[in-house]
Design a protein. Structure first.
Ligand SMILES: [Zn+2]
Ligand SMILES: [Zn+2]
Length: 386
């Protein structure tokens, strides 16, 4: 079959990406985005397009030849509750929402790959195009899996990508093993007896205890976990019911912890409970710790990483392909699929001038679209070789 003109595909993907960018939708509310994706996939002539998988998820299926293996390619569709700072003609038209993580670009790249694979073929087997909702709050992949994704649309392995600010356009990175971290969140509630600011000794106020606890929590990573294990414990909020001239009887400490192994996550929780109870006791208040696991660590399969590097050599200049130096302590919902099949997640450059992800000035760089679409095509063809 005839190859699509890359320049035309690039222009088309740019149009889709900017349309999606102008209409950002929050996780599980990606109704317009999902309808846009499904309409395109049908237009490309896929064998099946199913909407409403796990809420607003879309799965497209493309079969060629007689091969019985299936490879899944995944993109995420959701935006963030951030007010965009942009003068671009395609800036967000939904106040307070923006594509600040480039999921508009990921969606456009996977649509481009679907268009190419549908038009050109070049593989033997089944490609599943998975457009997942609600990546940002770590619920979308599970929602699709809970809705029978593996049973209804079975596949043997899965690939995904994320744009990377700071990495030049046309550059590719991944690594075997852990590449993105687990995310745990915690809340510690200190309860005491508030009272008059002028008479602290007559109660058991919680603010000084909370300040000590915030400091003591810093010893979990530095003194209780192995230096060989990468981990982070960050307190992000301290809220009390105190006011001018009244000491608080209640203090809430909220935060976020990252790690790459379940044993480390368990160690953080265990130490947090010991330190919270011990610190609270030292200040005559009580502590209640609520600890929950939001994202699991993302571990790339070694064999599929080799395959991803081979596919990257079909698309990127040899000097622009690198082994990522270290795992990232950010988290990715893609990891949930890897509880079911092996997979590989890769990073593509979004340019050195790019604002950081989740920044109100961030924008996906359209110069990267063709690289992403072509990588998807290359990996599908390599894994479903004719
Ligand atoms: Zn994000
Ligand atoms: Zn993202």
């Amino acid at each position: 079959m005839a190859e699509l003109d890359p320049e035309m595909l690039r222009r088309e993907m740019t149009g889709w990406r900017r349309d999606l960018h102008a209409h950002p939708e929050f996780g599980f509310e990606e109704k317009r985005t999902a309808a846009f994706v499904a309409a395109k996939l049908r237009e490309f002539g896929l064998d099946d397009v199913t909407e409403g998988v796990g809420g607003t998820g879309v799965v497209g299926t493309l079969k060629r030849g007689s091969g019985n293996r299936a490879v899944a390619l995944r993109a995420d569709m959701d935006a963030l509750r951030i007010a965009e700072q942009s003068t671009a003609s395609y800036r967000s038209g939904n106040p307070g929402l923006m594509h600040a993580c480039g999921h508009d670009g990921h969606t456009a790249m996977l649509l481009g790959a679907a268009k190419r694979l549908a038009a050109e073929g070049g593989f033997d087997g089944t490609v599943r195009f998975i457009f997942q909702p609600a990546e940002e709050w770590g619920r979308g992949a599970l929602a699709m899996l809970d809705d029978g994704l593996m049973r209804r649309f079975p596949f043997d392995e899965i690939f995904g990508l994320h744009n990377m600010p700071g990495l030049p356009i046309g550059h590719f990175e991944t690594r075997a093993g852990p590449i993105m971290s687990a995310e745990d969140i915690f809340e510690i509630v200190l309860s005491g007896l508030g009272g008059h600011a002028a008479r602290p000794h007559s109660g058991n106020e919680t603010l000084v205890a909370a300040c000590a606890l915030v400091t003591n929590l810093q010893t979990i990573v530095s003194r209780r976990l192995s230096p060989a294990d990468i981990s982070v414990v960050s307190v992000t909020e301290l809220i009390t019911d105190g006011t001018r001239n009244a000491l608080p009887g209640l203090a809430r400490i909220l935060g976020d912890a990252r790690s790459f192994r379940p044993e480390v996550s368990a160690g953080i929780e265990r130490q947090m409970r010991i330190i919270a109870e011990g610190t609270a006791a030292a200040y005559n208040v009580t502590a209640e710790v609520n600890y929950s696991r939001e994202f699991v660590p993302l571990c790339n399969d070694a064999e599929l990483v080799d395959a991803a590097f081979a596919a990257a050599r079909d698309v990127f200049e040899p000097g622009n392909i690198a082994v990522a130096a270290e795992p990232m302590t950010a988290s990715e919902d893609f990891a949930r699929f890897l509880d079911h099949v092996p997979g590989c997640f890769v990073f593509l450059g979004n340019g050195e001038a790019s604002a950081p992800l989740h920044n109100s000035s961030y924008d996906f760089n359209d110069e990267g679209l063709l690289f992403g679409a072509n990588f998807h095509v290359a990996i599908a063809r390599r894994r479903l070789g004719v």
